[in-house]
Design a protein. Structure first.
Lengths: 75, 361
């Protein structure tokens, strides 16, 4: 039976940094299985194979930030 | 203080009105201009020492950080009384910038607990005022709300616009001074799309040092540049037409909402500008379901032990650069979206097929 995940999008992680002007920092976001998994009609938690889009927020003041989304292929 | 400052969400900042320059001549206005207990969140027991926006401004005035023109309530959270607006407008005229504290309240005059907390708040405010020996602070009683400005257990709102004369106050002040900052004091949703102000700071219920935290943020004192993000979707007033009995998840919360929100989940501006660059060299990345499932148990073990450093097989790194001139925090949010965009709740047909549950249809 085809199974459709209901979420349009879901927050999976966030990172907060404090930076002086012109300073940079590297942050790591981890996508846990619990965000991708789904409980099916039999009560089993399952990961569903397929393509998932990973992206950051869109904000007016981060216009230069990554506009492209990444693709996670789960198989 | 640190928690309150970190929670501030900057919703609007046209023309670079914020941050304010040191020494700015400020008028502190609005229903919450001198609120103390009303700065605390729901279920808080009340606090013997809470610092209102006006008290915070008086302290900053003494310290030479700002020049306080004065404070006035202008109007209460609800009702039709506009008699106080003229005094607020007069102060706004004399100021460089008017800061208007509007919003909701969680305290209700009808409950006995609320009444005693309110009495305590009034005497607290008066005691502090007399200690400050400041004639402008008369310890104005906190706002008494009973209708749509009140949010509390057993009191759901059906209207998420600003109530009473609050919008009228903002517009009256705007007529004499375009430099106004609207500060929102609230817990639940507020549609502020009708608020025509160049700057809006969402403080929510900022706690006992809320007045100080707001002013520090507006002045960017002690590196208090705002970096908070909205934790909910800010819907338009029309969203309240949705029946509360509608239990489907269709078109609700940031996960499913497809309409145009006033402000989306995760929104929040900065005093600086930023670039974010993914490290991943390839746009596509393959991860096996097996490896994700193995990591699943490790994840919960890591969470349970409070251990940092757990990495999912699907981990993403990014470099954040502060490209503006202001030292600030920045919050990067990672979103994942579904393979299919079609919305359906797979649990719904199961529930309706339980014997004896036909009445739910």
């Amino acid at each position: 039976m085809p199974f459709i995940r209901p979420q349009i999008r879901e927050l999976f992680d966030f990172a907060r940094v404090s930076l002086a002007p012109n300073a940079s920092a590297t942050v790591h976001l981890s996508l846990p299985a619990s965000v991708l998994s789904h409980v099916d009609r039999y009560g089993d938690e399952r990961l569903l194979a397929g393509k998932y889009k990973v992206r950051t927020h869109k904000l007016p003041q981060a216009a230069n930030s990554v506009s492209k989304s990444l693709m996670l292929i789960l198989k | 203080m640190e928690a309150a400052v970190q929670s501030m969400v900057l919703l609007k900042n046209e023309g670079g009105l914020l941050p304010l320059a040191k020494g700015a001549k400020l008028a502190i206005l609005g229903p919450h201009f001198n609120s103390t207990q009303d700065l605390l969140s729901d279920y808080s027991p009340g606090h013997w020492w809470a610092h209102s926006p006006l008290m915070a401004a008086q302290a900053l005035d003494k310290a030479g950080e700002i020049s306080l023109v004065g404070g006035a309530q202008g109007c209460t959270l609800e009702g039709t009384n506009t008699s106080g607006i003229a005094a607020a407008v007069a102060l706004a005229k004399a100021a460089d910038v008017a800061v208007i504290f509007v919003g909701l309240t969680r305290t209700c005059c009808r409950s006995r607990v609320g009444a005693s907390a309110r009495a305590a708040a009034c005497s607290d405010a008066r005691a502090l005022a007399s200690a400050n020996k400041d004639p402008t602070n008369s310890g104005t009683p906190p706002v008494v709300a009973t209708g749509s400005a009140l949010e509390s257990e057993g009191h759901d709102r059906t209207d998420i616009d600003l109530q009473g004369q609050q919008t009228a106050l903002i517009n009256a002040v705007l007529a004499v001074n375009k430099k106004i900052i609207v500060v929102l004091i609230h817990g639940g949703a507020l549609d502020v799309s009708n608020v025509v102000a160049p700057a809006i700071l969402d403080a929510h219920y900022p706690g006992q040092l809320g007045g100080d935290a707001v002013l520090r943020t507006l002045l960017n004192m002690h590196k208090a540049a705002p970096a908070g993000r909205l934790t909910t979707t800010t819907y338009q007033q029309s969203f309240t037409q949705r029946p509360m009995s509608d239990m489907s998840m269709a078109n609700i919360t940031y996960k499913h909402y497809t309409g145009a929100p006033v402000y989306p989940f995760g929104y929040g501006l900065s005093y600086s500008t930023w670039t974010v660059q993914w490290h991943n060299s390839s746009q596509h990345r393959r991860v096996s379901i097996d490896s994700m499932e193995r990591a699943h148990s490790e994840y919960f073990a890591a969470v349970a032990s409070g251990r940092d450093g757990w990495r999912s097989p699907a981990a993403y790194s990014a470099t954040i650069t502060n490209t503006g001139g202001v030292t600030s925090d920045y919050v990067l949010l990672g979103f994942v979206s579904s393979p299919q965009r079609r919305l359906s709740d797979p649990l719904e047909p199961v529930l309706l097929n339980f014997p004896g549950c036909e009445f739910l249809k």
